[in-house]
Design a protein around this ligand. Sequence first.
Ligand SMILES: [Zn+2]
Length: 412
Amino acid sequence: MDGWKSVRVPRLPDLGIEPRLGGTQFPQAVGVYVCGITPYDATHLGHAHTYVTFDVLVRLLRASGRRVTHVQNVTDVDDPLLERAIALGVDWRYLAREGIDRLATDMEALRVLSPDHYVGVVESVPLIVDGVTRLLRREAAYRIGVPDQAGEGAADVYADTRAETAFAEALPDDAVELFGERGGDPARPGKRAPLDPLLWRAGRSGEPTWDGGPLGPGRPGWHIECAVIAEAFLGGAPTITGGGSDLAFPHHHMTASHLRALGHPHGGLALHVGLVGLDGEKMSKSRGNLVFVSRLLEDGADPAALRLALAAHHWSREWQWDRGQLRAAEHRLARWRAAALVPAPAGGGAPLAVRVARALAGDLDVPAALAEVDAWAGAVLAGAGGDDGAADAVDALLGIDLRAQELSRRRR
Ligand SMILES: [Zn+2]
């Protein structure tokens, strides 16, 4: 499906940096796979923090000369979406369309670059059917017949995790419990092992179904979508896989296992973004305490300030949202924009682009990069020399446009 409109990224001079994550250097060609939304209850601040984080990573990798292919999926059919549509009394396709459109609007406002390939599950059903068929042929999957529910010969298909030798590595202690909480069905009768994930669900009445060819009519399980989309658009396992930290298990564990079973060893790098809380609680659908980007923008937040407020938090940590952070970011942005207006003859030391890129190059320390811009703005406003590439650096690497002197869209 189509992504959204990307802003133009200024070209920076050679920065001479080597980005690393957990001590590992990135290869010249990087496949970035970011798990997308299930399109309802989007875009909340947890989503936005994740996508801003990966946006900075993609910008940094490209500025360091890497060829980046950025893939993001959209889980536009899945149990939670169908359940929500029933609860609201709307068609699930309408709910999905609305969520996808809202994400696009929010990402454009936050200046998040559109992925190179933005891929929905519905449009990927043929890829999924092909992938599940290959897993069956490799004896890495098996059928559980459901004739009473879905008709004669109908069967659900599960991955056989015991057939995939690396599956048991790095399983969390509470794997079965987490699997049950996050979309899995550990107690399903007929499964060979509790953690075996669903690959294809035979069509039940009242549920959307697609032609599954040899699998029969049905719809995809969850994790297989990201495995086959990565395979189709990146040629195998991604160099780096990411999303919110609640996707590490089971989702990314299962996706990596499916990819290995399909013949693609995992690339190894993962970046999981800490969850965002509100008033001391985790922000979640079930608690009903989600803070939405669209709502903050409707209330007059400057999208650049909102992006800065998110970027102020290191991706590896969980954090709590409050409105004060938006005000602090507005203040910070105003200082940066004021500094960008000052004609700044070349000062001493490395240009801002190099300082920001160096801060980001070690484990993507975005708050440290913001501190470099603070130091530059402070020096320029105190009358010291700056550099005339500063605005381009902040735009290209951090996605903040300092030339837009619109301080706030707040309604008076
Ligand atoms: Zn995924």
